[in-house]
Design a protein around this ligand. Structure first.
Ligand SMILES: *Cc1c(COP(=O)(O)O)cnc(C)c1O
Length: 455
């Protein structure tokens, strides 16, 4: 793109486009980065820079960029039947096939899909339908959801309320009523010298304490990301999720796994709940279901919940115009075909995850890094002022992370920063050679960042 066009677009963008999760005044002054093309693990910006996208867009481009088959699937479906709804006793073939395919892929008896356009809407859906599930069984007071501080479940009223991001709660009067939060499992910041597995049990028992405080007859469900993404890839100890599951069963509290990031191979398993060995009653998915090529989300219910909703729920007063959109379903089916037929998830688990873990641990040796944690293909580097002193952070948390992120970008590497943690989530199709490139660029960025801080 020539310089004049780029400047013109940036001007139009600043004048007319409000960006999500941005300080729009600061962005307008700086000028938006415009991306123009993608291929495999790389994207190109309007100035012609080739960037290794170690964040897969926004945790979502699992099969990598530029797969024409997905475009073909969309075009074919658009020509055949561009749209029909799933209201009024109707639906379309790709929608049915996708629901069946998801039932096949998801663990246990998670057999019933309710389609939405996004992860946020999927979480809105579970809030309403799970409350409805208890209400039609004469337990209307069993309506409280427990989530976690610093959890992320999207941006709608229910999604942001179920999440525990304080900055989000401040805007728009959240959380909405009857949503409570417990502290998340965050070993690096919270466990001190405790044995990790013991810490995992302790962190899980915060849920039991909260259920007993509220009364089990009031608690409808617990919701959590198997690995907390947005806050900084918090990976719980192995003991955490089985204990959460035990507690949920004991008090008949539904267990909801928000698999929007972890689903579809991110951990090297198809779902994060499989990675940790627990069985959710309800699951929400989005992002990787289409590798980000087209918007689609879903809430998946097990036989028990769907059975009650069908037998006693009456007409479900819930749904989107585009619930089960045939074009989105066709693209998702093609994406799942590629993930399965090309053994993308298996490749990620068997070949890439162990190699990435080794190289990530090497980055952990850097003087700026307090911890390098990773599970499958999602990881974080905690940048700290003094490697030997755990639990100490840079003043004005977030500045150093942003600095490191910007330096990495100048070296042609996209990482995300949350506070002072550098987050990793590459396409699942990344090769060993590209992992080496990632390592070299990240190491250089850490070095330059340390120098800039006088370390
Ligand atoms: C991205 C995300 C969501 C929200 O999905 P949208 O499609 O952005 O609405 C929900 N939960 C988790 C864990 C996410 O990462």
């Amino acid at each position: 793109m020539d310089h004049k066009t780029l400047e013109h677009l940036q001007h139009l963008d600043a004048a007319h486009h409000l960006h999500p999760f941005n300080d729009n005044a600061a962005l307008a002054a700086k000028g938006t980065r415009i991306l123009t093309r993608g291929e495999g693990c790389y994207v190109w910006d309007a100035e012609g820079h080739k960037l290794l996208d170690a964040f897969a867009g926004l945790w979502c481009v699992n099969i990598g960029y530029g797969r024409a088959e997905l475009g073909d699937a969309a075009a074919t479906q658009m020509r055949t039947l561009a749209y029909y709804n799933s209201f009024f006793q109707c639906t379309t073939e790709p929608t049915i096939r996708l629901a069946a395919e998801i039932a096949e892929l998801t663990p246990g008896d998670l057999n019933h899909a309710f389609f939405t356009n996004s992860g946020s809407e999927a979480n809105d859906t579970i809030l309403r339908l799970v409350r409805h599930f208890w209400a039609v069984q004469d337990q209307p007071r069993k309506n409280i959801f427990i989530g976690r501080h610093d959890g992320y479940h999207g941006t709608t009223m229910a999604g942001a309320s179920l999440g525990g991001m304080k900055g989000m709660h401040k805007q728009g009067g959240l959380p909405i009523p009857d949503i409570h939060h417990i502290d998340p499992p965050y070993p690096f910041g919270d466990a001190g010298d405790m044995d990790p597995e013991e810490y995992g049990l302790l962190a899980a028992r915060r849920l039991e304490d909260k259920i007993l405080e509220l009364g089990p007859e009031r608690v409808a469900a617990f919701i959590g990301e198997p690995i907390m993404g947005a806050i900084g890839v918090y990976i719980p100890p192995r003991s955490y999720w089985p204990e959460i599951e035990r507690i949920c069963r004991k008090y008949d509290v539904l267990l909801v796994a928000d698999e929007v990031i972890c689903g579809f191979g991110r951990t090297g398993e198809w779902f994060g709940s499989q990675y940790f060995g627990f069985q959710p009653d309800v699951m929400t998915i989005a992002k990787g279901i289409t590798s980000g090529y087209i918007p689609l989300g879903a809430a998946i219910f097990n036989d028990r919940v769907a059975g009650v909703l069908a037998a006693q729920g009456g007409e479900l007063a819930h749904g989107c115009t585009y619930s089960g959109h045939p074009v989105c379903a066709a693209v998702a089916l093609e994406n799942l075909r590629i993930l399965r037929d090309e053994r993308v998830v298996e490749h990620a688990r068997v070949d890439i995850a162990p190699y990435l873990a080794t190289r990530w641990a090497e980055l952990g040796e850097h003087r700026l890094v307090g911890e390098a944690r990773i599970a499958g293909l999602m990881g974080a580097l905690e940048l700290v002022p003094d490697k030997r002193r755990r639990g100490e952070y840079f003043p004005g948390r977030g500045k150093v992370g942003a600095l490191c992120r910007d330096i990495a970008l100048r070296h042609g590497l996209i990482l995300r920063a949350t506070y002072d943690a550098m987050l990793l989530s590459p396409p699942l199709v990344i090769t060993r050679l590209q992992v080496d490139e990632l390592f070299d660029k990240a190491w250089k960025a850490l070095d330059e960042c340390a120098q800039a801080l006088g370390k």
